[in-house]
Design a protein around this ligand. Structure first.
Ligand code: ZN
Length: 492
């Protein structure tokens, strides 16, 4: 029985490798005209992949092993996760699954086209169809549950609307007034404005940052895409992408630091559980906690730049007129803005709040989906106090809805909150500033490997936070972290 199970595991991993590789290729280097041919073949392969899980023999193996008390801890967890996964697909036919996969790929292409032409109308019919299909398929598997609650718990086991409402209410109560205070206070000058950063030099610098973070070409590669992302083909093939903007060197730098946070998690999973379902099931919140920890708690700290800023100054001579303190203040400027991925650490959770409210409304019917672009713009005005000049800077900015990842966004804010709690613990146990200053990022990676990475999804998100920090998730750490950091930065 166990051997048969292992055969299935291998077969599943082969399909996963093929599909992930093709997807990475599609998102980075594949020529525009290649999509139709590829999408059809990928649709076929995901159908075959789906067939494995609906295979009677496989379902029976899982059913039998579920009741086998002689299994070791790891195999037991694998069976538990497969069982959860099978429950998600049990009432959905192969045709429904395949056509949904195809719809997602076509929607991605429509989203890209709509962005290129700045025309939401190109994407809108696909988005509406994605919403309708998500609802239908979710109700088929969980007819008695609230659709959005099911989606939320798909991305973060244990979360629902009630818990997220509490979390986001705390953000509203504590962070919105702080943002208002900062807006009314003396602004920090952006010292980098007006400079040009040639792309070839930016690319060289990105390599310096990658080495500092210990992200090497033994197990990683950094490509270019519209929206930076990370993709694990295997434990030792944890890829990332970034993008380059001549007017903004920070865009590529912080995208890279963020994505390496994800990739390092993927790479540092223990060998015994690597590349299988336990590795695949890392929760979105835990995953995002690592990228946020890298990007914000560590990557925007003074100690990080005490080592890295002189190297940046050597690449771009004009930076020699800007002091380390001025640079560190600049990378931490807080100002309400339109694009989520460019948002500063403090206003970021409000971008997520907007998407959370929209998604909640889409699925409970309180938001008019025929009017989504306006609903979006209305909330941006309400929470961030700014007008949205075009859909490119509004509803067309994110990739996530184009692949039907409804329920995913809230995990970003949750990840930031986990990160603050983990960072607090890390500082108690190792001298983080000293390590950053002295080019010893490997020791930070090691701490994270022991506390979090090696376990992947061997435990639930709740247990992982408990194991790593010694207490259950507490959003107070996040709110206090933001309040302390930004009050001192802005002298308020
Ligand atoms: Zn991320």
């Amino acid at each position: 029985m166990i051997n048969k199970f292992k055969e299935y595991e291998f077969k599943i991993s082969a399909y996963e490798l093929a599909l992930t590789t093709m997807n990475f290729d599609a998102m980075t280097v594949a020529p525009k005209l290649s999509s139709e041919y590829r999408n059809e073949r990928m649709g076929y392969l995901s159908g075959e992949y789906y067939s494995i899980f609906t295979d009677k023999e496989f379902v029976e193996i899982i059913e039998n092993l579920k009741n086998d008390n002689s299994l070791d801890f790891i195999t037991k967890r694998k069976i538990e996760l497969y069982d959860q996964f099978l429950n998600k697909t049990k009432n959905i036919s192969k045709e429904e699954y395949t056509s949904f996969e195809k719809l997602k790929m076509d929607s991605y292409d429509a989203w890209e086209k709509a962005r290129k032409e700045n025309d939401y109308k190109i994407y809108e019919p696909f988005l509406l169809k994605l919403i309708e299909t998500s609802k239908k398929l979710t109700l088929k598997r969980e007819p008695n549950k609230d659709v959005y609650n099911v989606l939320l718990s798909d991305y973060e086991d244990g979360m629902d609307k009630e818990k997220y409402d509490k979390f986001f209410n705390l953000i509203k109560e504590e962070i919105v007034p702080l943002i208002k205070k900062i807006t009314d206070s003396k602004q920090i000058k952006n010292q980098l404005e007006g400079y040009k950063f040639p792309l070839n030099i930016q690319k060289e610098y990105v390599n310096d940052i990658l080495s500092y973070l210990r992200y090497t070409d033994d197990f990683g590669v950094c490509a270019t895409s519209i929206h930076p992302f990370s993709s694990r083909l295997s434990k030792n093939d944890a890829r990332i992408t970034t993008r380059y903007n001549e007017n903004d060197v920070l865009d590529s730098i912080f995208s890279v630091i963020h994505e390496v946070g994800h990739a390092m998690f993927e790479h540092q999973v223990a060998d015994e559980i690597a590349n299988g379902i336990i590795h695949n099931s890392i929760s979105m919140g835990t995953h995002e906690s690592q990228s946020r920890l890298f990007e914000n708690c560590l990557g925007r700290s003074k100690a990080f730049w005490e080592y890295n800023y002189p190297i940046l100054q050597n690449k771009f001579d004009f930076l020699k007129n800007i002091s380390l303190d001025e640079f560190v203040n600049t990378i931490n400027i807080s100002k309400p803005s339109l694009i989520r991925v460019d948002a500063d650490e403090l206003t970021y959770p409000l971008h997520i709040l907007i998407r959370y409210e929209l998604e909640k409304g889409i699925f409970d019917g309180s938001v008019d989906i025929k009017n989504l672009s306006n609903e979006w713009n209305k909330r941006v005005k309400e929470y961030l106090g700014i007008d949205v000049p075009s859909d490119l800077k509004g509803i067309l900015q994110d990739i996530h809805w184009s692949d039907a990842s409804f329920g995913y966004f809230p995990t970003y804010a949750l990840g930031s909150a986990y990160a603050a709690q983990i960072f607090n613990k890390m500082k108690q146990e190792i001298d983080v500033d000293c390590l950053l200053r002295n080019n010893k990022y490997d020791e930070i990676n090691n701490w994270l490997k022991e506390k979090i990475h090696k376990n992947a999804a061997l435990y639930s998100p709740k247990e992982i936070i408990l194991k790593a920090t010694g207490e259950e998730f507490n959003p107070r750490y996040y709110v206090d972290y933001l309040k302390n950091k930004f009050s001192s930065l802005y002298n308020i």
